[in-house]
Design a protein around this ligand. Structure first.
Ligand code: UDP
Length: 424
């Protein structure tokens, strides 16, 4: 079975920890690797953003196809919208040149979902979509930025027309039903996978030595794309409110495009007189992150919203308890009072309180650590890959059933759809 994965706005090979490169990139890459291991032939389509090969073999049965759409350089995610029609046209051309064709399209994020919806209709293929984040949900998280209406309108159409939708948590599934009127029968909840061979506890002393950290000073860790939705300012305020001053806060993630938010956080730390306790590491290669999780006493995830939240699971797999916001997918990954704490309010006080509790109680931390390691087995890629394969089977059956019943794949007026995007 040949699968076209679509990740238009960001390449799965891009370095992680940039403003737009995080969970979705690693998800698309690792899922595709797993599917290739299972015997699928997988091509990942992304927008060309540099002087890089058109087609690149990543592994046996897995290729990355870079599609020309707009300038061959990194551009803002919002700007990519205007180049989606070109992306769609060039991707279609590529597909038509492939003698074997594809059996299914799997799109990630609404921009790819836009192209995937059109292509699936034109080529009469099943379309599986995974949104990763939803505009309506981001807007309701009340963190201060507003997603454009056009995104939400398109998400609604994509959700209605998809043959199947993969949601990373039951919470995301409920949101899709409530805010997007998505058909529950077409939704499949499959959590994200993580590489449990990579994320395992490593020797704490060795990890601290490697990262030039003091052996005995408590270490708090934050990891992610440095963007507003992640609520890092809540964490900086929380540690500023701790009575103790014997801690180091490591902030991992953020490239030059995150310079502004980093400067804000630095100013915030300076104003609270804790600059000496806060270390900005910048983006760290994914393969080195196990050292960070293992060096840390606690990983804090103070996000306003997370549709899944890979960082929390990576931390728990590394034996590090998590203090996280009670939002989105984190509710289904962190077990409150067992593998970490879930905080219902987006304010520093309750975060500081739970950080104090854990730092002051090594035995509790050790119990949480053991429970955390045990809790992550369900995210092993080998089983997640099989569950996605089941979704593909269900989508193909549904597509065939629709075709046999003579249901016309009436999607929407293509011109109206394109115009709506271009009019932005
Ligand atoms: N990440 C990384 N290096 C960094 C920062 C982040 O490899 O410097 C990875 C991190 O390990 C995780 C992903 O980026 O796998 C972030 O995923 P998450 O689901 O937590 O957040 P998202 O990016 O989806 O908002």
């Amino acid at each position: 079975m040949r699968i076209a994965q679509v990740s238009a706005h960001t390449s799965p090979l891009a370095p992680l920890g940039g403003r737009e490169t995080g969970g979705m990139n690693i998800y698309v890459l690792e899922l595709s690797r797993e599917l290739a291991r299972l015997g699928y032939e997988v091509d990942i389509f992304t927008r060309r953003d540099g002087d890089l090969p058109h087609v690149e073999e990543i592994a046996d049965g897995l290729r990355l196809v870079r599609i020309d759409a707009g300038p061959a350089e990194p551009i803002e995610k919002q700007e990519i919208v205007g180049h989606l029609p070109e992306f769609h046209a060039n991707m279609r051309r590529f597909i038509e040149d492939q003698p074997e064709g594809y059996d299914l399209i799997h799109s990630h994020y609404w921009q790819s979902g836009w192209a995937g919806t059109l292509l699936a209709r034109e080529l009469d293929l099943p379309h599986v979509v995974m949104f990763h984040t939803l505009g309506e949900v981001k807007n309701r998280a009340r963190f201060g930025e507003q997603e454009p209406k056009v995104r939400i309108r398109h998400e609604r159409t994509i959700a209605r027309r998809a043959t199947a939708i993969v949601t990373a948590s039951d919470h995301e599934r409920q949101l899709l039903e409530r805010y997007y009127a998505a058909d529950p029968a077409r939704m499949h909840t499959v959590p994200c996978g993580i590489d449990l061979d990579l994320f395992q506890p490593r020797d704490r002393e060795a990890a601290r030595e490697r990262l030039r950290l003091d052996r005995d000073t408590p270490v708090l860790l934050w990891v992610g794309r440095l963007e507003k939705l992640k609520g890092v300012e809540i964490l900086v305020d929380a540690v500023a409110g701790l009575e103790r001053r014997d801690f180091t806060l490591l902030i991992v993630g953020g490239d030059e495009r995150a310079a502004e938010i980093r400067a804000e956080l630095e100013a915030q730390a300076a104003a609270a007189s804790i600059s000496a306790h806060v270390r900005f590491e910048g983006a760290v290669p994914h393969g080195l992150l196990p050292w960070y999780y293992s060096a840390a006493d606690i990983c804090v995830v103070p996000s306003y919203y997370e549709s899944f939240g890979l960082v929390a699971v990576e931390a728990m797999a590394s034996g590090t308890p998590v203090v996280a916001s009670r939002v989105g997918g984190l509710v289904s990954t962190v077990i409150d009072g067992v593998t970490g704490y879930l905080i219902p309010w987006r304010c520093p006080g309750p975060f500081a309180e739970k950080i104090e509790v854990l730092l002051g109680n090594p035995e509790l931390r050790a119990n949480f650590s053991r429970a955390a390691q045990r809790s992550v087995e369900r995210f092993r890629w080998s089983s997640i890959g099989l569950r996605i394969a089941d979704v593909y089977d269900a989508a193909r059956e549904r597509h065939l059933a629709g075709r046999n019943e003579g249901v016309t794949v009436q999607v929407f007026g293509k011109e109206a759809w394109e115009a709506a995007v271009l009019a932005r």
